[in-house]
Design a protein around this ligand. Structure first.
Ligand code: NAI
Ligand SMILES: NCC(=O)COP(=O)(O)O
Length: 343
Protein backbone atom coordinates (compact mmCIF):
# COMPACT_ATOMS: atom_id res chain seq x y z
CA UNK A 1 0.00 0.00 0.00
CA UNK A 2 1.39 3.44 -0.92
CA UNK A 3 1.74 6.02 1.81
CA UNK A 4 -0.82 8.22 0.01
CA UNK A 5 -3.30 5.37 0.16
CA UNK A 6 -2.49 4.74 3.80
CA UNK A 7 -3.27 8.38 4.47
CA UNK A 8 -6.60 8.08 2.68
CA UNK A 9 -7.43 5.01 4.71
CA UNK A 10 -6.82 6.83 7.94
CA UNK A 11 -8.70 9.94 6.76
CA UNK A 12 -5.72 12.12 7.45
CA UNK A 13 -6.32 15.89 7.18
CA UNK A 14 -5.78 17.85 3.97
CA UNK A 15 -2.53 19.83 3.69
CA UNK A 16 -3.07 23.42 2.54
CA UNK A 17 -0.23 25.62 1.34
CA UNK A 18 0.07 29.27 2.30
CA UNK A 19 0.39 30.65 -1.23
CA UNK A 20 1.57 34.19 -1.96
CA UNK A 21 1.38 36.15 1.32
CA UNK A 22 0.56 39.34 -0.59
CA UNK A 23 -2.41 37.66 -2.26
CA UNK A 24 -5.86 36.44 -1.25
CA UNK A 25 -4.90 32.79 -0.56
CA UNK A 26 -4.18 33.14 3.18
CA UNK A 27 -7.45 34.86 4.01
CA UNK A 28 -9.45 32.44 1.83
CA UNK A 29 -8.09 29.57 3.94
CA UNK A 30 -9.42 31.44 6.99
CA UNK A 31 -12.80 31.95 5.31
CA UNK A 32 -12.94 28.27 4.39
CA UNK A 33 -12.25 27.34 8.03
CA UNK A 34 -15.11 29.63 9.12
CA UNK A 35 -17.43 27.77 6.73
CA UNK A 36 -16.24 24.30 7.75
CA UNK A 37 -19.57 23.28 9.24
CA UNK A 38 -22.00 24.86 6.79
CA UNK A 39 -20.00 23.60 3.79
CA UNK A 40 -19.02 20.23 5.31
CA UNK A 41 -15.31 20.83 4.75
CA UNK A 42 -12.98 18.00 5.78
CA UNK A 43 -10.34 18.88 8.40
CA UNK A 44 -7.32 20.65 6.95
CA UNK A 45 -4.16 22.27 8.23
CA UNK A 46 -1.99 25.01 6.78
CA UNK A 47 1.75 24.94 6.17
CA UNK A 48 2.37 28.59 6.94
CA UNK A 49 3.82 31.30 9.16
CA UNK A 50 1.29 31.39 12.03
CA UNK A 51 2.04 34.97 13.12
CA UNK A 52 1.56 36.18 9.56
CA UNK A 53 -1.73 34.30 9.19
CA UNK A 54 -3.13 35.77 12.42
CA UNK A 55 -2.14 39.24 11.32
CA UNK A 56 -3.70 38.82 7.84
CA UNK A 57 -6.94 37.49 9.33
CA UNK A 58 -7.11 40.57 11.56
CA UNK A 59 -6.49 42.90 8.60
CA UNK A 60 -9.21 41.14 6.62
CA UNK A 61 -11.66 41.37 9.53
CA UNK A 62 -11.86 37.61 9.98
CA UNK A 63 -12.37 36.06 13.39
CA UNK A 64 -10.24 32.95 12.89
CA UNK A 65 -8.18 31.60 15.82
CA UNK A 66 -4.86 30.11 14.73
CA UNK A 67 -3.32 27.24 16.68
CA UNK A 68 0.19 25.93 16.07
CA UNK A 69 0.34 22.15 15.87
CA UNK A 70 3.41 19.99 16.03
CA UNK A 71 2.24 17.34 13.58
CA UNK A 72 -0.65 16.47 11.28
CA UNK A 73 -2.46 14.11 13.65
CA UNK A 74 -3.05 17.10 15.95
CA UNK A 75 -4.95 18.84 13.16
CA UNK A 76 -8.12 16.78 13.45
CA UNK A 77 -8.49 17.49 17.17
CA UNK A 78 -7.70 21.18 16.65
CA UNK A 79 -9.81 21.85 13.54
CA UNK A 80 -13.21 22.18 15.28
CA UNK A 81 -12.01 25.07 17.45
CA UNK A 82 -9.08 26.69 15.59
CA UNK A 83 -7.24 26.69 12.28
CA UNK A 84 -4.33 24.25 12.70
CA UNK A 85 -1.00 25.54 11.41
CA UNK A 86 2.24 23.65 11.01
CA UNK A 87 4.84 26.42 11.24
CA UNK A 88 7.35 26.92 8.44
CA UNK A 89 11.07 27.34 9.13
CA UNK A 90 11.06 30.40 6.83
CA UNK A 91 9.03 33.29 8.20
CA UNK A 92 7.05 35.64 6.01
CA UNK A 93 9.35 38.66 5.84
CA UNK A 94 7.23 41.14 3.93
CA UNK A 95 3.67 39.86 3.63
CA UNK A 96 2.18 43.23 2.72
CA UNK A 97 -1.26 42.74 1.19
CA UNK A 98 -1.16 43.56 -2.51
CA UNK A 99 2.63 43.96 -2.69
CA UNK A 100 4.45 40.69 -3.41
CA UNK A 101 8.11 40.55 -2.46
CA UNK A 102 10.71 38.05 -3.53
CA UNK A 103 11.83 38.04 0.14
CA UNK A 104 8.81 35.82 0.77
CA UNK A 105 9.69 33.26 -1.92
CA UNK A 106 11.53 30.95 0.54
CA UNK A 107 8.41 30.68 2.72
CA UNK A 108 6.10 30.22 -0.28
CA UNK A 109 8.25 27.42 -1.71
CA UNK A 110 8.89 25.76 1.65
CA UNK A 111 5.13 25.57 2.17
CA UNK A 112 4.66 23.67 -1.10
CA UNK A 113 7.61 21.36 -0.44
CA UNK A 114 6.45 20.59 3.09
CA UNK A 115 2.88 19.91 1.95
CA UNK A 116 4.16 17.36 -0.55
CA UNK A 117 6.37 15.79 2.15
CA UNK A 118 3.33 15.55 4.40
CA UNK A 119 1.20 13.78 1.82
CA UNK A 120 3.90 11.47 0.51
CA UNK A 121 4.67 10.40 4.08
CA UNK A 122 0.98 9.72 4.73
CA UNK A 123 0.59 12.43 7.39
CA UNK A 124 -1.60 14.48 5.07
CA UNK A 125 -4.20 13.06 2.68
CA UNK A 126 -4.01 15.47 -0.27
CA UNK A 127 -2.46 18.82 -1.14
CA UNK A 128 -4.60 21.91 -1.78
CA UNK A 129 -2.36 24.72 -3.00
CA UNK A 130 -3.20 28.40 -2.57
CA UNK A 131 -2.28 30.70 -5.47
CA UNK A 132 1.28 31.93 -5.91
CA UNK A 133 2.53 35.07 -7.69
CA UNK A 134 4.47 33.40 -10.48
CA UNK A 135 6.37 36.50 -11.58
CA UNK A 136 7.73 37.05 -8.07
CA UNK A 137 8.83 33.43 -7.80
CA UNK A 138 10.52 33.65 -11.21
CA UNK A 139 12.35 36.77 -10.01
CA UNK A 140 13.60 34.82 -7.00
CA UNK A 141 15.11 32.12 -9.24
CA UNK A 142 12.24 29.61 -9.24
CA UNK A 143 12.75 27.62 -12.41
CA UNK A 144 9.39 25.88 -12.88
CA UNK A 145 6.50 27.40 -14.85
CA UNK A 146 4.06 26.74 -11.99
CA UNK A 147 2.91 24.35 -9.28
CA UNK A 148 2.05 21.67 -11.83
CA UNK A 149 5.62 21.06 -12.97
CA UNK A 150 7.12 21.81 -9.51
CA UNK A 151 4.91 19.17 -7.89
CA UNK A 152 6.02 16.65 -10.52
CA UNK A 153 9.62 17.38 -9.60
CA UNK A 154 8.97 17.25 -5.84
CA UNK A 155 7.39 13.80 -5.94
CA UNK A 156 10.27 12.45 -8.02
CA UNK A 157 12.62 13.62 -5.25
CA UNK A 158 10.78 11.08 -3.10
CA UNK A 159 11.53 8.35 -5.66
CA UNK A 160 8.02 8.42 -7.13
CA UNK A 161 7.17 8.83 -10.81
CA UNK A 162 5.12 11.65 -12.28
CA UNK A 163 3.97 13.09 -15.58
CA UNK A 164 1.89 16.04 -14.36
CA UNK A 165 -1.09 17.17 -16.44
CA UNK A 166 -3.21 20.24 -15.67
CA UNK A 167 -6.96 19.80 -15.70
CA UNK A 168 -9.44 22.51 -14.71
CA UNK A 169 -12.74 20.93 -13.79
CA UNK A 170 -16.23 22.10 -12.92
CA UNK A 171 -19.71 20.57 -13.10
CA UNK A 172 -20.17 22.07 -16.55
CA UNK A 173 -16.81 21.47 -18.20
CA UNK A 174 -13.37 19.89 -17.89
CA UNK A 175 -10.43 21.26 -19.87
CA UNK A 176 -6.82 20.17 -20.26
CA UNK A 177 -4.18 22.40 -21.90
CA UNK A 178 -1.50 20.27 -23.62
CA UNK A 179 1.00 23.12 -23.55
CA UNK A 180 0.66 25.23 -20.39
CA UNK A 181 2.69 28.26 -19.36
CA UNK A 182 4.66 28.86 -22.54
CA UNK A 183 4.67 31.85 -24.88
CA UNK A 184 1.93 31.58 -27.47
CA UNK A 185 4.52 32.11 -30.21
CA UNK A 186 6.26 28.90 -29.13
CA UNK A 187 3.18 26.67 -29.11
CA UNK A 188 3.32 25.44 -32.75
CA UNK A 189 6.97 24.51 -32.32
CA UNK A 190 6.45 22.75 -28.98
CA UNK A 191 3.32 20.83 -29.89
CA UNK A 192 3.91 17.22 -30.92
CA UNK A 193 1.67 14.28 -31.68
CA UNK A 194 3.37 12.35 -28.87
CA UNK A 195 2.62 15.08 -26.33
CA UNK A 196 -1.04 15.18 -27.24
CA UNK A 197 -1.33 11.39 -27.07
CA UNK A 198 0.55 11.13 -23.77
CA UNK A 199 -1.54 13.89 -22.17
CA UNK A 200 -4.85 12.49 -23.41
CA UNK A 201 -3.99 8.94 -22.29
CA UNK A 202 -3.36 10.21 -18.75
CA UNK A 203 -6.62 12.13 -18.82
CA UNK A 204 -8.59 9.12 -20.08
CA UNK A 205 -7.04 6.84 -17.47
CA UNK A 206 -7.66 9.22 -14.56
CA UNK A 207 -11.17 10.21 -15.60
CA UNK A 208 -11.94 6.53 -15.13
CA UNK A 209 -9.85 5.86 -12.04
CA UNK A 210 -10.50 9.08 -10.13
CA UNK A 211 -13.73 10.46 -11.57
CA UNK A 212 -15.58 7.21 -12.21
CA UNK A 213 -16.24 7.79 -15.93
CA UNK A 214 -16.11 4.34 -17.49
CA UNK A 215 -15.43 5.37 -21.10
CA UNK A 216 -14.28 8.99 -21.12
CA UNK A 217 -15.10 10.94 -24.28
CA UNK A 218 -12.29 13.33 -25.17
CA UNK A 219 -12.77 16.18 -27.63
CA UNK A 220 -9.43 17.29 -29.04
CA UNK A 221 -9.24 20.84 -30.36
CA UNK A 222 -7.39 21.97 -33.41
CA UNK A 223 -4.70 24.59 -33.13
CA UNK A 224 -5.71 26.89 -35.97
CA UNK A 225 -8.98 28.64 -36.83
CA UNK A 226 -11.53 26.07 -38.09
CA UNK A 227 -9.04 23.34 -37.17
CA UNK A 228 -6.97 24.35 -40.16
CA UNK A 229 -9.80 24.37 -42.76
CA UNK A 230 -8.45 21.34 -44.60
CA UNK A 231 -4.80 22.48 -44.19
CA UNK A 232 -5.55 25.82 -45.89
CA UNK A 233 -5.17 27.71 -42.58
CA UNK A 234 -2.08 26.15 -41.04
CA UNK A 235 -0.74 22.61 -41.26
CA UNK A 236 -0.55 21.60 -37.57
CA UNK A 237 -4.09 20.26 -37.40
CA UNK A 238 -3.50 17.87 -40.28
CA UNK A 239 0.10 16.97 -39.45
CA UNK A 240 0.18 16.95 -35.62
CA UNK A 241 -3.31 16.88 -34.08
CA UNK A 242 -5.17 14.55 -36.46
CA UNK A 243 -2.53 11.78 -36.15
CA UNK A 244 -2.79 12.08 -32.35
CA UNK A 245 -6.56 11.56 -32.47
CA UNK A 246 -6.03 8.54 -34.72
CA UNK A 247 -3.45 7.05 -32.36
CA UNK A 248 -5.75 7.60 -29.39
CA UNK A 249 -8.61 5.88 -31.16
CA UNK A 250 -6.36 2.97 -32.10
CA UNK A 251 -5.42 2.70 -28.43
CA UNK A 252 -9.12 2.43 -27.53
CA UNK A 253 -9.68 5.98 -26.29
CA UNK A 254 -12.98 7.61 -27.33
CA UNK A 255 -11.29 10.66 -28.81
CA UNK A 256 -12.67 12.92 -31.52
CA UNK A 257 -11.21 15.85 -33.43
CA UNK A 258 -9.43 17.97 -34.29
CA UNK A 259 -12.44 20.18 -33.53
CA UNK A 260 -12.60 23.89 -34.29
CA UNK A 261 -12.16 25.34 -30.78
CA UNK A 262 -14.52 28.27 -31.26
CA UNK A 263 -17.62 26.09 -31.43
CA UNK A 264 -16.66 23.47 -28.87
CA UNK A 265 -17.86 25.11 -25.67
CA UNK A 266 -21.53 26.03 -26.13
CA UNK A 267 -24.16 24.09 -24.17
CA UNK A 268 -25.01 21.51 -26.83
CA UNK A 269 -21.38 20.88 -27.74
CA UNK A 270 -20.46 20.35 -24.08
CA UNK A 271 -22.95 17.49 -23.81
CA UNK A 272 -20.88 15.54 -26.35
CA UNK A 273 -17.72 14.98 -24.34
CA UNK A 274 -16.30 14.54 -20.83
CA UNK A 275 -13.17 16.65 -21.29
CA UNK A 276 -11.55 18.89 -23.86
CA UNK A 277 -7.91 18.39 -24.73
CA UNK A 278 -6.84 21.86 -25.82
CA UNK A 279 -3.62 22.90 -27.50
CA UNK A 280 -2.69 25.90 -25.37
CA UNK A 281 -3.45 27.67 -22.08
CA UNK A 282 -6.02 30.26 -23.10
CA UNK A 283 -7.87 27.93 -25.46
CA UNK A 284 -8.64 25.79 -22.41
CA UNK A 285 -8.88 28.29 -19.58
CA UNK A 286 -10.91 31.11 -21.12
CA UNK A 287 -14.03 28.97 -21.59
CA UNK A 288 -13.97 27.41 -18.14
CA UNK A 289 -13.20 30.64 -16.31
CA UNK A 290 -16.04 32.27 -18.23
CA UNK A 291 -18.53 29.51 -17.50
CA UNK A 292 -17.52 28.54 -13.96
CA UNK A 293 -15.06 31.02 -12.42
CA UNK A 294 -16.56 30.60 -8.92
CA UNK A 295 -16.55 26.83 -8.85
CA UNK A 296 -13.86 25.46 -11.14
CA UNK A 297 -10.93 23.59 -9.62
CA UNK A 298 -7.41 23.08 -10.91
CA UNK A 299 -6.47 19.42 -10.38
CA UNK A 300 -3.13 17.91 -11.31
CA UNK A 301 -3.42 14.51 -12.98
CA UNK A 302 -0.45 12.21 -13.47
CA UNK A 303 0.81 12.53 -9.90
CA UNK A 304 0.97 9.77 -7.28
CA UNK A 305 -0.71 12.18 -4.84
CA UNK A 306 -3.90 14.25 -5.05
CA UNK A 307 -3.38 17.98 -5.65
CA UNK A 308 -6.07 20.55 -6.21
CA UNK A 309 -6.14 24.35 -6.26
CA UNK A 310 -8.68 27.11 -6.88
CA UNK A 311 -8.88 28.19 -10.52
CA UNK A 312 -8.01 31.82 -9.75
CA UNK A 313 -4.79 33.59 -8.89
CA UNK A 314 -3.59 35.94 -6.19
CA UNK A 315 -6.06 38.79 -6.95
CA UNK A 316 -3.68 41.30 -5.33
CA UNK A 317 -6.11 44.26 -5.22
CA UNK A 318 -8.51 42.20 -3.09
CA UNK A 319 -5.89 40.92 -0.63
CA UNK A 320 -6.51 41.94 2.97
CA UNK A 321 -10.05 43.18 2.24
CA UNK A 322 -11.93 40.00 3.18
CA UNK A 323 -14.01 40.56 0.02
CA UNK A 324 -12.57 37.82 -2.21
CA UNK A 325 -14.83 34.83 -2.78
CA UNK A 326 -13.67 31.59 -1.12
CA UNK A 327 -15.94 29.58 -3.39
CA UNK A 328 -13.34 28.09 -5.78
CA UNK A 329 -10.92 27.36 -2.92
CA UNK A 330 -13.69 25.58 -1.03
CA UNK A 331 -14.52 23.62 -4.20
CA UNK A 332 -10.81 22.70 -4.37
CA UNK A 333 -10.85 21.46 -0.75
CA UNK A 334 -13.97 19.43 -1.44
CA UNK A 335 -12.48 17.89 -4.58
CA UNK A 336 -9.22 17.08 -2.74
CA UNK A 337 -11.31 15.35 -0.07
CA UNK A 338 -13.39 13.41 -2.61
CA UNK A 339 -10.47 12.28 -4.78
CA UNK A 340 -8.39 11.10 -1.83
CA UNK A 341 -11.08 8.97 -0.21
CA UNK A 342 -10.88 5.24 -0.69
CA UNK A 343 -13.86 4.21 -2.88
N1 NAI B 1 -2.58 28.22 -8.92
C1 NAI B 1 -1.90 29.36 -8.92
O1 NAI B 1 -0.92 29.50 -8.21
C2 NAI B 1 -2.33 30.48 -9.83
C3 NAI B 1 -1.60 31.64 -9.80
N2 NAI B 1 -1.95 32.68 -10.61
C4 NAI B 1 -1.13 33.88 -10.49
O2 NAI B 1 -1.90 34.92 -9.92
C5 NAI B 1 -1.38 36.17 -10.33
C6 NAI B 1 -2.49 37.09 -10.74
O3 NAI B 1 -3.13 36.53 -11.89
P1 NAI B 1 -4.38 37.15 -12.66
O4 NAI B 1 -4.25 36.77 -14.07
O5 NAI B 1 -4.52 38.58 -12.30
O6 NAI B 1 -5.63 36.33 -12.14
P2 NAI B 1 -6.47 36.41 -10.80
O7 NAI B 1 -7.29 35.18 -10.78
O8 NAI B 1 -5.62 36.68 -9.63
O9 NAI B 1 -7.44 37.67 -11.00
C7 NAI B 1 -8.24 37.82 -12.14
C8 NAI B 1 -9.50 38.64 -11.80
O10 NAI B 1 -10.38 37.86 -11.01
C9 NAI B 1 -10.61 38.46 -9.74
N3 NAI B 1 -10.59 37.38 -8.74
C10 NAI B 1 -9.67 36.38 -8.66
N4 NAI B 1 -9.97 35.59 -7.63
C11 NAI B 1 -11.07 36.08 -7.06
C12 NAI B 1 -11.86 35.68 -5.93
N5 NAI B 1 -11.57 34.60 -5.20
N6 NAI B 1 -12.94 36.45 -5.59
C13 NAI B 1 -13.26 37.52 -6.33
N7 NAI B 1 -12.56 37.95 -7.40
C14 NAI B 1 -11.48 37.22 -7.76
C15 NAI B 1 -9.45 39.44 -9.54
O11 NAI B 1 -9.79 40.46 -8.67
C16 NAI B 1 -9.22 39.90 -10.98
O12 NAI B 1 -10.17 40.86 -11.33
C17 NAI B 1 -0.35 35.86 -11.43
O13 NAI B 1 0.95 35.94 -10.90
C18 NAI B 1 -0.66 34.43 -11.81
O14 NAI B 1 0.47 33.74 -12.25
C19 NAI B 1 -3.01 32.61 -11.48
C20 NAI B 1 -3.77 31.47 -11.53
C21 NAI B 1 -3.51 30.33 -10.70
N1 LIG C 1 -3.41 29.46 -15.24
C1 LIG C 1 -3.38 28.37 -14.33
C2 LIG C 1 -2.32 28.55 -13.35
O1 LIG C 1 -1.60 29.52 -13.39
C3 LIG C 1 -2.10 27.49 -12.36
O2 LIG C 1 -0.89 26.88 -12.61
P1 LIG C 1 -0.21 25.92 -11.55
O3 LIG C 1 0.49 26.82 -10.58
O4 LIG C 1 -1.29 25.11 -10.94
O5 LIG C 1 0.73 25.11 -12.37
Amino acid sequence: MTSAKAAADSMAPLAVTMGEPAGIGPELAGQAWQRRLQDGIAPFYCLADPAFLSSRFKTAGLDVPVRVISDAPEAAATFPSALPVLALDNPVRSGRAGAPSRDDAPAVLESIERAVDEVVSGAGRAVMTSPVQKETLYDSGFSFPGHTEFLGDLVTRHGLTARPVMMIASEELRVVPVTIHVPLADVPRLLTTGMIVETAMIVARELTARFGIETPRLAVTGLNPHAGEGARIGLEDRDIVAPAVLQLREAGVAATGPHPADTLFHDTARSGYDAVIAMYHDQALIPIKTIAFETAVNVTLGLPIVRTSPDHGTALPLAGTGRASPSSLIAALRMADRLSRVP
